[in-house]
Design a protein around this ligand. Structure first.
Ligand code: NDP
Length: 500
């Protein structure tokens, strides 16, 4: 029996998910839906595989993960084509996404031993006769729940860093991009030469819920704050720790000494790439009064030239989740009804399954278009009098994922004051491809980090070991200490620490 869950996708057919192109409906592939027992079996198999994966050590894991990196690199156009067919993203944008994912696999594989491996620590006064060792051990099996909007880059965030840290992973791809998820699993399995190091379990939200309750050692979730709360509640029942990478409402600040052309070019890409379906997409801009008019004109000029459709050269593809079109329409209509103006696009720009680039100005700050995640190729631009006003407006949100600042003399100072996990200066979104930097948000954007050293440690537990090197000079931790020993301890502590 075929059950159509919403007008076009996803389609559930005889125990399978049918994956289809969001605009044309062309079938991309089908995957079997897992039940709770199969999720449990996948986690059990991953636990067995973890013994082997830990046992082969950093060097062997590095070799195998770099083989996976090379597979992705050599087959990059094939994978970009698949991403294009499954989520409608233009091939060029898919190539950029995959290139960033490859960087992360490479970095995680190359640096895991340095970041997580055994190191000696310095001793202190009362422990001088001991040596200290610190290492980071894998947690075991990591559950990864992925979103559809970057079906390669987003799951590879937790997957690459968790695997490099010595964990195995059970991955639930979004129901909208299961074939891409399976492709990643198949290539990893080929590169590693063993099953169950990375496994996919497919299905709808109930399969994600089963993964949360399956006894994995940590759950990394990417998706909306609403589902993030459900995931956290489910994980709370088994005290399973979570990483939550949720939504955003990122702002760009354009200072009065900014390069306006560069700012406008970056704003258009930051707001409209992937048809605006980016958690770190630019959704609000606060431009200082002296540059506001020139900036709006430059944005409208550039955004107005973007081509919309599913052809090979189109730059703005379809909205991948049908229900999101209603959200975008509501945000635009509500902004216009409240006195906002569309200087590009507007109400008529929503032409399912596409939304044409839309630039809104004079939108009151309490409108949904300013407060809620829109997730479409739209942006609101606001005129502000001072840089303090710009920062306050940018920070007036429950979210706190990324952001951008354009300007010369005070870029860093402004970036530090933006309340978010990441900010780019004179560029947009660059932090996501920066393997050495942690990625993650605050507030409703979630918590925990993927990427960089923090991303490796996120999927590890610290292990502290001390070892006696010599008899104790200051015998502190023993009932054998004499009154003379105690007097010596008091004297030494006073001598060492008693002065300013
Ligand atoms: P959803 O929250 O709808 O879904 C995310 C994932 O959770 C999907 O795989 C979904 O499965 C699964 N899921 C659904 N219900 C449950 C449940 N009860 N228990 C466990 N898992 C469940 O988000 P979208 O996929 O629509 O992604 C869009 C959102 O993701 C946006 O808000 C965006 O900002 C955010 N995002 C955040 C990123 C970040 O790094 N901070 C990056 C990318 C996106 P199914 O698809 O089968 O419903």
């Amino acid at each position: 029996m075929t059950v159509v869950r919403n007008p076009s996708r996803p389609v559930v057919d005889d125990g399978h998910l049918l994956s289809c192109h969001p605009a044309t409906g062309a079938q991309v592939g089908r995957v079997r839906i897992a039940d709770r027992d199969q999720v449990a079996a996948a986690v059990a198999a991953a636990r067995t595989a973890a013994d082997w994966w830990v046992g082969i050590g950093h060097a062997q894991r590095r070799r195998r993960l770099l083989r996976w990196r090379s597979l992705l690199a050599t087959r990059i156009t094939e994978l970009a084509d698949l991403v294009n067919r499954e989520c409608g993203k233009p091939v060029a944008e898919a190539v950029v996404e995959i290139a960033a994912a490859i960087e992360h696999i490479d970095w995680a594989a190359q640096h895991a031993r340095r970041v997580l491996g055994v190191r000696r620590t310095r001793t202190r006064l009362i422990t001088a006769e001991f040596s200290g060792h610190l290492e980071y051990q894998p947690l075991g099996v990591i559950g990864v729940i992925g979103a559809w909007n970057y079906p390669v880059l987003i799951p590879i965030g937790p997957i690459a860093y968790a695997l490099a840290a010595g964990n195995t992973v059970v991955f639930k791809p979004s129901e909208y991009t299961p074939v891409t998820g399976q492709w990643l699993v198949d290539t990893l399995t080929e590169a590693v030469g063993a099953e169950s190091v990375l496994t996919a379990v497919h299905g709808l939200g109930d399969v994600g819920d089963a993964l949360c309750r399956s006894g994995v050692d940590k759950l990394s979730f990417t998706g909306s704050p609403r589902t993030g709360r459900l995931v956290m509640a489910a994980c709370a029942e088994t005290l399973t720790p979570v990483v939550i990478e949720a939504g955003g409402k990122d702002a760009m600040i354009v200072d009065d000494d900014a390069d306006i052309d560069a700012a406008a070019e970056a704003c258009v890409w930051g707001a409209m790439t992937n048809a605006g379906q980016s958690c770190i997409g630019i959704e609000r801009v606060y431009a200082l009064a002296p540059v506001y008019d020139a900036f709006v004109t430059a944005v409208v000029d550039r955004a107005g030239r973007l081509t919309v459709g599913s052809g090979p050269d189109d730059q703005v593809g379809p909205i991948a989740v049908p229900g999101q079109l209603d959200v975008i329409r509501r945000h635009v209509n509500d902004a216009l009804a409240a006195g906002g103006r569309a200087v590009l696009g507007g109400a008529a720009a929503v032409q399912p399954p596409y939304v044409h680039p839309t630039v809104l100005v004079d939108v009151p700050p309490d409108c949904a278009a300013v407060r809620e995640e829109t997730f479409g190729p739209t942006v609101t631009i606001h005129r502000v009098g001072t840089i303090d006003e710009a920062i306050a407006a940018a920070n007036d949100t429950r979210y706190g994922l990324g952001g951008a600042v354009f300007g010369k003399r005070r870029g860093i100072a402004v970036a530090r004051r933006v309340r978010s996990g990441m900010v780019s200066i004179n560029s947009v979104l660059t932090f996501v491809g920066f393997s050495e930097l942690p990625f993650g948000g605050i507030g409703d954007s979630g918590f925990g980090r993927v990427h960089g050293e923090d991303g490796l440690r996120e999927f590890s537990r610290s292990k502290a070991i001390t070892r006696r090197r010599a008899p104790s000079v200051l015998p502190t931790m023993t009932f054998e200490r004499t009154p003379t020993d105690l007097a010596r301890i008091v004297k030494v502590v006073k001598l060492r620490y008693g002065r300013d």
